[in-house]
Design a protein around this ligand. Sequence first.
Ligand code: F6R
Length: 329
Amino acid sequence: MVTFQADPSGMSDAIAGMAEQLRAGERTGAEAGMQLGLPAAVVMAGMGGSAMGGELLRALVAADCPVPITRVRGFGVPAWAGPGTLVVCTSYSGNTAETLACAHQAHAQGAALLGVASGGALAQLAEELGFPCAIVPGGMQPRAALGYLFGAMAGAFAACGLSADGIAEECAQGVEACDRDAAAELGRRLAGTVPLVYGSGPLGAVAYRWKTQFNENAKMHAFSHAFPELGHNEIVGWEGADGRGFAIVALRDPDEPVEIRRRIDVTLDLARPHASVVAALEGHGPSRTARAFSLVATGDWVTYHAALARGVDPTPVDAITALKQALDE
Ligand code: F6R
């Protein structure tokens, strides 16, 4: 008899370590960030799991940041990213072609660079060109190292005046407050659905993290969108859904502005008859930042348990590996 060994590569240990990763990452990033001055603009470059830390940090700090922050996911940075701009290149392996291309272009255009990696060609390039690089511990799946990557960027941002101190610590407290039992139950309920994950403000980025974690952990299709924009397009798609298949996960916050709250409430009422599951969740913690990361951790556990319910190993991403091998990266 073949017995199914759930989680043979230990994804649950990595998820359980997120709070500590955030704290350690923040210390590493602060050291690297001290070598930078306050830039006039920031570009965050990275792909997949390595893009997520910058995506979440931008979502959490952009409104209060003294300078604009943009992000790229691809082979180049904008032409305006020259002297005065900081380009943050994040690649957990250090070997992702798109991110390396961004680093080379940013250097050629005279931008300041910050690397975040566990090693690889990006760390080597940082040494050669003399730009700071926050080196995080290796040996994990990039998406499972989110705490290190986000923490490192948050530490560097605070060190060079782009954001307040202590953001990663706030996030760690939110992660520690996450309700793992509720997440496990929701993961099992969503395992047979196509989840559409919705959030507003910074929680739009958290919804996107859930989407990608469903893809990579549970090997499921999932999609994300954000309020209030989805009320102007995606909401109509629910008219064509028959109550089976598609599920809604709405990521909410007790402090969401009243105009957003009303839109979410009405949208969920309209979509409810057409969805197989409607789940609305709030994060736990004393601040919006903490609660956002509490929902990041919740999504990691939900997708982990969806994987187990589907009988798949949450860790490997064979299709990404095959694509990289075919491209010889
Ligand atoms: C794997 C994962 C991927 C990688 C992406 C980029 O867990 O999440 O999305 O993050 O293929 O590779 P790195 O992160 O090494 O730059």
